[in-house]
Design a protein around this ligand. Structure first.
Ligand SMILES: [Zn+2]
Ligand SMILES: [Zn+2]
Length: 172
């Protein structure tokens, strides 16, 4: 019954625990994305890589425009267009490296490897904008039974929960 892995990242109890955690994981996660692409015969092009890096630099969800603006201009001083960013995001989502938060129309880098059919729960803090991604086998089972009882075939299994994170609640 102990399925509450809230803020396992917050071991130092610091306000920016999730940000630190993301930054620390970024090189490792990028290397893993490279490996996955190679194994699947896909290419992590420079544009795709830059977009993924931009998402790993923060624990906050970013819109395609945020991403385009956060990236330094390419040689020749041209910024990446939002269209190019969207195209890269489509690839990154298809590979499971990035998720879309429907409620924010924004994107976030995935910290874990998923199996097909995994239920993903986003805990979205209204106060600091931080997002934690968690998985739950219990929810996976419950959602599977619910869908089956209704003859429903889920296309996505993403649950978005809005509220206040542990750090913000402590600070209050
Ligand atoms: Zn994920
Ligand atoms: Zn918060």
């Amino acid at each position: 019954m102990d399925d509450h892995h809230h803020h396992t990242s917050g071991r130092d109890g610091h306000d920016c625990a999730h940000a630190h955690d993301h930054a620390a994981r970024a090189p490792e996660a990028l290397a893993r994305a490279e490996d996955d692409c190679r194994a699947r015969g896909e290419r992590l092009t420079p544009v795709r890589r830059r977009v993924l890096e931009a998402l790993y630099r923060t624990h906050r969800p970013l819109s395609a425009y945020d991403i385009a603006e956060s990236l330094p201009p390419e040689e020749g001083g041209k910024r990446l267009s939002a269209v190019s960013v969207y195209r890269a995001l489509d690839f990154l989502m298809a590979q499971g490296f990035v998720h879309r938060l429907e409620s924010r129309n924004a994107f976030i880098a995935c910290p874990s490897h998923h199996a097909p059919g995994d239920v993903i729960v986003f805990l979205i803090c209204d106060r600091c904008g931080g997002v934690d991604e968690r998985q739950s086998d219990e929810l996976r089972g419950a959602l599977g039974r619910l869908a089956e009882a209704n003859g429903f075939e889920p296309r996505s299994r993403i649950i978005e929960v809005a509220g206040a994170c542990a750090h913000c609640r402590e600070a209050a």
